[in-house]
Ligand binder design. Structure first.
Ligand code: AKG
Length: 264
C-alpha cells in the first residue's frame, strides 16, 4: 500500500494497516524484553504495572497502576514502554518516523506506550473507548495511535475491534470511555470490524476511532502494544513538564532511557 492510500484509508475509515512492518527479529527482540520485564530481570524505577482482575470485569481493574509485584502476578498492563530502549528503538523505526511525519508533522509527542496482555483463556474485556479525552492532562489531543500484537491476534484471542469511520465524531462527550447508553448509536453491531493480525503487522488509527477488545478464548496469549501520539510539543498540565518526544527536536534516545522512567 502506498502512503497516499494510507492517507485515504485514514481519512475514510480512520485506520490503515502496515502488514509486516516489523521483522520477525523486531518481534523476537520485543518479546524477549517483555518477558525479562515480567520476570523482573529488567527492573526499572517508576515503571507502572497493572494486575489483571480476578473477576474478568472491567469495573474491577486497578484504578491506579502501581509498580512491579513479582513474576507470578498476571499483569494486564505494563506502561512507560517509551522509556524502554528496545521498544523505543523499534517505535523509532524509519518507516514509523515517516508515517508520523506525514500524519503529525515535524514533532510527535507521546501520551503513553503500554502493553496489554490477554493471557490464554483469560483477560478482561476492554470496553468501547477513544484514545482521546478532555479529562487527560494535556492541551493537545492525541491524533494517532499505533497498535500491534507480539502474538497472533484473532477474534478468538481478543484482538482489537473498531468502528470504521467513528473517528469522524471527534471527541464524544468528554472522550475516552463510551457511555454504555451510547453504544447502540455510535458502535452498532453491524458496523464492528475485528482486526486480525500476525506478529509484525502494525495498525495505525485515528485516536478518536472507537475501539475495544474482548477476552482471549484461545490457548495462546495475546500481548499487544498501544502507543498514543500527539502532534507537536505538548505540556503535561498536571506535572507541568513536557510529554516525551518520539520524533523531532529533543526526542527520546534509546541510550538515554536505559536506567529510569518517570512514571506518574
Ligand atoms: O490491546 C488492546 O486490547 C487494546 C489496548 C487499548 O486500546 C488501550 O490500552 O487503550
Amino acid at each position: 500500500m502506498s502512503s497516499n492510500s494510507y492517507t485515504q484509508e485514514f481519512a475514510e475509515h480512520g485506520y490503515f494497516m502496515v502488514r509486516q512492518g516489523f521483522s520477525p527479529k523486531d518481534i523476537q527482540d520485543m518479546k524477549a524484553r517483555l518477558e525479562d520485564i515480567v520476570q523482573g530481570k529488567f527492573a526499572k524505577d517508576g515503571r507502572r504495572f497493572q494486575a489483571d482482575t480476578e473477576s474478568g470485569s472491567y469495573e474491577d481493574v486497578e484504578k491506579s497502576e502501581i509498580g512491579y509485584r513479582g513474576p507470578n502476578v498476571a499483569y494486564r498492563k505494563i506502561a512507560d514502554l517509551e522509556y524502554d530502549d528496545v521498544f523505543l528503538a523499534k517505535l523509532q523505526s524509519r518507516w514509523i518516523r515517516d508515517i508520523c511525519a506525514r500524519f503529525l508533522g515535524a514533532v510527535t509527542s507521546v501520551m503513553r506506550v503500554t502493553m496489554m496482555d490477554k493471557p490464554a483463556r483469560g483477560g478482561t474485556p476492554l470496553p468501547w473507548h477513544q484514545d482521546v479525552s478532555l479529562e487527560w492532562p494535556t492541551p493537545v489531543q492525541p491524533e494517532l495511535a499505533i497498535w500491534f500484537s507480539l502474538d497472533e491476534a484473532t477474534a478468538a484471542s481478543g484482538s482489537l475491534q473498531v468502528v470504521p469511520g467513528s473517528h469522524r465524531y471527534g471527541v464524544i462527550g468528554r472522550g475516552h470511555l463510551l457511555p454504555i447508553e451510547l453504544e447502540a448509536r455510535y458502535a452498532p453491531e453491524t458496523q464492528i470490524v475485528t482486526v486480525e493480525t500476525q506478529p509484525g503487522d502494525v495498525l495505525f488509527f485515528h485516536a478518536a476511532l472507537l475501539h475495544r477488545s474482548g477476552i482471549n478464548v484461545s490457548d495462546t496469549s495475546r500481548r499487544a502494544v498501544n502507543a498514543i501520539l500527539m502532534p507537536g510539543n505538548a505540556m503535561h498540565t498536571r506535572r507541568n513538564n513536557p510529554y516525551p518526544v518520539l520524533f523531532g527536536r529533543g526526542e527520546l534516545r534509546p541510550i538515554d532511557v536505559m536506567l529510569t522512567c518517570p512514571g506518574s
